[in-house]
Design a protein around this ligand. Structure first.
Ligand code: SF4
Length: 289
């Protein structure tokens, strides 16, 4: 009998032993994982130089599926872990992949301060508008009037506009796509990966099991159709005008694309200055220990 071994060009990017994944049929997270490893492949990225950090939530499993060093961290603390990794191993590319609840509710402060300081990490936010893993409760991005198990009469909270928040906090690259926009998403992920400083990519992704069901959006295919027909692509438009409302248009595209000195660079510069001063004064320096 002839043995046939089948391989896939993306095999090396995945931890095959960790598969099959845990995500529901029709969930957008498989598309996000696929786009991310395709971006790595197109960049010929050396996986030895990559660290993927995820928080808690359904998307949190992603760090276990990618064949690189990774951390599956405590709730909301992915950026705190990522900052630590980046400061002690500045040559590594650190990528945070997490959900809207993890990054912007429990981890909201970490995000705004990481962006303000321009920590050199790429943040990929899978925004499905709810806390999927714990039952679909209201989150910081749930659109006004949307139904969830904790808002059975519709949400009365104004949601975050994540691209506006990221831009206002100081991110150097800000983009938003949906999982329908796979080519654009891969391009944005590549740009974000190559960017120095805090780059942010928001991905609108369906949770048909919870958000879709509670809001009567139909099947996973219907939700994909909704993302396709509701999206309007604009480049360098005002992020303040990119709010997401139920039944409204979803503005996608690149919003911010700029450069500025990173926190790691400033820390290294400052350390050098202190070392030089100590040496000049004949005092003990870290290097002399
Ligand atoms: S609960 Fe929602 S977000 Fe979680 S895996 Fe299922 S579809 Fe995806």
């Amino acid at each position: 009998m002839v043995e046939v071994s089948i391989s896939h060009p993306l095999d090396g990017y995945l931890r095959r032993g960790a598969l099959p994944h845990i995500w529901c049929a029709g969930c957008g997270y498989g598309v996000i994982l696929n786009c991310f490893i395709r971006a790595l492949r197109e960049l010929e990225f050396n996986l030895n130089n990559l660290v993927v950090v995820s928080g808690i939530g359904c998307i949190g499993r992603i760090s276990g599926y990618i064949n690189a060093d990774g951390f599956h961290t405590t709730h909301g603390r992915a950026l705190a872990f990522a900052t630590g990794v980046k400061l002690v191993r500045p040559h590594l590319k650190v990528v945070v992949i997490s959900g809207d609840g993890d990054l912007f509710a429990i981890g909201g402060n970490h995000f705004i301060h990481a962006a303000r300081r321009n920590i050199d990490v790429t943040v990929i936010c899978a925004n499905n508008f709810v806390y999927g893993m714990t039952g679909g409760q209201l989150g910081p991005t749930t659109p006004l009037s949307a139904y969830t198990p904790t808002t059975p009469y519709g949400s009365v909270e104004h949601p975050f506009n994540l691209v506006y928040l990221a831009a206002g906090s100081g991110a150097v690259y800000v983009a938003r796509w949906t999982i329908f926009h796979v080519r654009e998403l891969i391009t944005s992920m590549k740009k974000a990966l190559m960017r120095k400083g805090l780059s942010f990519v928001e991905i609108i992704t369906p949770c048909p099991t919870l958000f879709g069901r509670y809001n009567r959006l139909g099947t996973a295919v219907d939700i994909l159709e909704w993302l396709k027909t509701s999206s309007v692509t604009r480049y360098h438009s005002n992020p303040a005008e990119a709010e997401i409302t139920l039944g409204g248009k979803i503005i996608v595209g690149e919003f911010i694309d700029t450069e500025k000195v990173t926190y790691s660079e400033l820390v290294r510069e400052m350390t050098k200055k202190i070392q030089q001063r100590l040496e000049k004064e004949g005092k003990l320096t870290l290097a002399s220990l």
